[in-house]
Design a protein around this ligand. Structure first.
Ligand code: ZN
Ligand code: ZN
Length: 378
């Protein structure tokens, strides 16, 4: 078999080890996946300002190219959004943030796009200013030191989780500043499968629809993931065929020895041999509904904080058994109140202003370096 499975002409791209495509059908298919994802979800109205978040990695490079193709079309298929490009510096300490940002500004200019740049340490600020366009921002050194001290006071897994919640918060704040009601991020199938399994492992199971589905609508500003149906294999092929340059070649997560790396490697292995499983996992996550019961929302991740109930939750039961097995206490199962008191001391603000996982993360932060904005709201 050497012919494209779509058009029958000679093919040159093999996907999933068996499906052959010609370059043209492959390109059409990828563009279709991107457009269909936006179209079928019917969330986006025409001519909206959309903040496009770029990390500089392979997925965001493909996202930028797909947007460029879409908005430069001259027919009825033209993508009717006004993209505003944005990059958040400082997500990985192992990469030279200034070099990466300069490379990204250059890439955007090559497409005749402008880009705004923010810094992750701005999470500590109560208010952020509108950045200058196409400029690497000067970040107050104290601020970045303070942010680094903060994340280093946590375990590696919590740190990665916290940085992703802080980025989400900043994407939303910059979107507001730049008058966008929508944000595009560049997660693909593999990234979302990794995030899904990570979420389940760290206690964010009830948040998977927002974290893994097409749309995160916890905030008034909606975060959309328009390339979520594209696989890593397709990203790699797209980059090769279109000879795209990648500004960021290493993933920040891969450099850490932690839960997220283990899960990521597991998904990479799975994609290699059982790709259908990865997409089934993600599609299932998309279908999981979220209860409509209204309770408070978490000050860090904006998810529901969960309910305070008189019955013991799984969290409290787990915590009770760990307390007992550690031999630190002599509570009895009947004594729900004292168990609850212990839980709330171990998990500060849980079910009140923080969800379970954010509370756990919060408990790891050194109180002396707690950001003012968190101190104020909690
Ligand atoms: Zn073909
Ligand atoms: Zn939370």
């Amino acid at each position: 078999m050497s012919n494209c499975k779509k058009c029958g002409l000679p093919g040159s791209i093999i996907l999933r080890k068996k499906d052959l495509y010609c370059t043209e059908c492959f390109q059409i298919n990828i563009n279709h996946k991107f457009r269909a994802c936006i179209g079928k979800n019917k969330i986006l109205n025409g001519n909206e300002n959309v903040l496009i978040c770029l990390s500089g990695g392979p997925c965001s490079t493909v996202l930028m190219d797909l947007i460029h193709n879409g908005i430069t079309l001259n027919n009825h298929k033209k993508l009717s959004i006004r993209p505003i490009f944005f990059h958040l510096m400082g997500l990985s300490e192992k990469t030279d943030a200034v070099l990466l940002t300069k490379a990204l500004i250059e890439k955007c200019n090559h497409y005749k796009f402008n880009i705004y740049v923010g810094h992750i340490a701005q999470y500590l600020l109560k208010d952020i200013d509108l950045p200058e366009v196409n400029v690497v921002p000067e970040v107050n050194n104290n601020l970045s030191v303070q942010f680094n001290d903060l994340v280093h006071s946590m375990s590696v897994s919590s740190k990665i989780d916290f940085v992703s919640k802080a980025s989400r918060d900043l994407y939303i704040n910059f979107a507001k500043l730049l008058q966008c009601r929508y944000v595009f991020t560049g997660e693909t199938l593999g990234t979302l499968a990794t995030n899904l399994l990570t979420n389940l492992t760290i206690g964010r199971g009830s948040q998977v629809q927002h974290d893994v589905g097409f749309c995160d609508n916890r905030s008034q500003i909606k975060i959309l993931r328009p390339i979520k149906d594209i696989s890593q294999e397709e990203i790699d092929q797209y980059i090769k065929i279109n000879q795209l340059d990648i500004a960021l070649t290493s993933s920040p997560i891969n450099q850490e020895n932690c839960l997220q790396t283990v899960i990521k490697n597991f998904v990479i292995d799975l994609q290699e041999n059982y790709q259908a499983t990865v997409s089934t996992v993600c599609k299932t996550a998309d279908k999981i509904g979220i209860g409509t019961k209204k309770c408070n929302t978490c000050e860090i991740c904006e998810s529901d904080v969960g309910e305070i109930s008189n019955k013991l939750s799984a969290l409290e039961a787990t915590n009770f058994s760990s307390t007992i097995s550690a031999g630190q206490d002599h509570m009895t199962l009947e004594n729900n109140l004292s168990i609850k008191a212990t839980v709330y001391s171990m998990f500060p603000h849980v079910n009140q202003t923080l969800c379970y996982t954010c509370s756990k993360m919060f408990s790891e932060i050194d109180l002396n370096i707690m950001p003012e904005r968190l101190k104020e709201v909690l």
